[in-house]
Design a protein around this ligand. Structure first.
Ligand SMILES: [Zn+2]
Length: 350
């Protein structure tokens, strides 16, 4: 066994005369956890669990249905418009201009932010609640995204990074209610992706073994945060989450997105459906996920395929954002509930 990963927790106390305790002197205990790889911090404090609803809220489905109905006509991703209103790739890259896989359709993003920036949508599904992303829909969507990645990689020899990402609903950054994924890849590596790669490479050279292999092995044997695993895909709740109700999937033996096979995709899709259904059961409706991979060029440096999924503020009238200075400017996260409790709640759902 190589050197274990150290999960560091720091405790501090805030003292004040509290109106909640009749103005007596009271103490609040704060726990700060540090992500062993990135150093990112996540904070938990007494009472934060009760405040989760102020941050994430509860989905207003009647209001959501209104927005869904209002946006149906004229939607660019719906069947009447999608073939006229969305861009096409040159025939020499993709014959016909767009890729299809099952119900999923892939086309270029009209406002690209990277050399390879594609949209994957299900034209027949103008809206999906989180629980309506079924395993087969996600397999088709992720599979279609990966088909695009496999074509784009050889056609763009300079492409160093690629991810498959999803913003679902307005609070998660989506501009349309129509569900879609995005393929985001190019030469200029996004900061956080670069950090994951650098720290993972550093870990590998210091320990002689991938951080992620060790993480899976350690989490599996302690069992506290490990949820489920099949076909080399391991789902767990991170020790120091990087977002609300974050779960991650690690595929330690697969370095690049281009190397994922259908079994991996099915295990990723299954896990996602479990998490998304749980979000909805908990009154949530917006989420983000990203499927990351190691560098497309150069040697594999210890960062494998990893998927991270987080819940965002539920969609309702006057919803507030869950991101504030802590997240945007200090680089920290809140833990509304202990990751170990979340893993215990997820396990029976898989
Ligand atoms: Zn639509």
């Amino acid at each position: 066994m190589t050197e274990p990963i150290l999960f560091e927790r720091h405790t501090e106390v805030a003292t004040f005369h509290s109106p909640l305790a009749g103005m007596e002197l009271a103490e609040d205990r704060i726990e700060v956890r540090t992500d062993p790889l990135t150093g990112m911090t996540a904070i938990a404090s007494a009472g934060l669990e009760a405040k989760e609803e102020a941050f994430l809220g509860k989905a207003d489905w009647a209001y959501t249905d209104l927005l869904v109905a209002r946006s149906r006509e004229g939607c660019f991703f719906c069947p009447e418009k999608v073939l006229q209103a969305t861009p096409k790739y040159p025939d020499e890259f993709i014959p016909g201009g767009r890729l299809e896989r099952g119900r999923a359709l892939v086309f270029p993003n009209l406002f690209p932010l990277a050399a390879v920036h594609a949209v994957v949508t299900y034209p027949d599904k103008h809206f999906l609640r989180p629980s309506e992303f079924t395993p087969s829909l996600l397999e088709e969507g992720l599979g279609a995204a990966l088909d695009l990645v496999r074509r784009a990689a050889p056609a763009n020899p300079g492409m160093r990074h690629v991810s498959v990402c999803c913003n679902h609903m307005l609070p998660a950054g989506a501009s349309l209610v129509h569900p879609h994924l995005q393929v985001f890849g190019g030469e200029a590596v996004p900061w956080l992706v670069g950090l994951y790669w650098d720290r993972s490479a550093h870990w590998l050279s210091r320990h002689g073994r991938s951080y992620w292999e060790t993480l899976v092995e350690q989490e599996k044997s302690s069992g506290e945060r490990y949820v489920w695993g099949v076909a080399g895909v391991h789902w767990l709740v991170p020790f120091a989450p990087a977002g609300a109700r974050e779960a991650i999937a690690v595929v330690p033996q697969v370095a690049r997105l281009t190397d994922l096979d259908d079994e991996h995709t099915a295990a990723l899709a299954h896990g996602l459906t479990r998490i998304l259904t749980w979000y909805e059961d908990e009154g949530l409706s917006a989420f983000n996920f990203t499927l990351y991979g190691g560098p497309l060029t150069g040697r594999d440096a210890g960062f494998p395929v990893v998927l991270r999924v987080i819940a965002r503020t539920a969609f309702q009238q006057d919803y507030r954002t869950d991101d504030y200075y802590l997240h945007k400017q200090l680089g920290g996260e809140l833990m509304f509930a202990a990751p170990e409790e979340m893993a215990a709640r997820l396990r029976p759902l898989f």
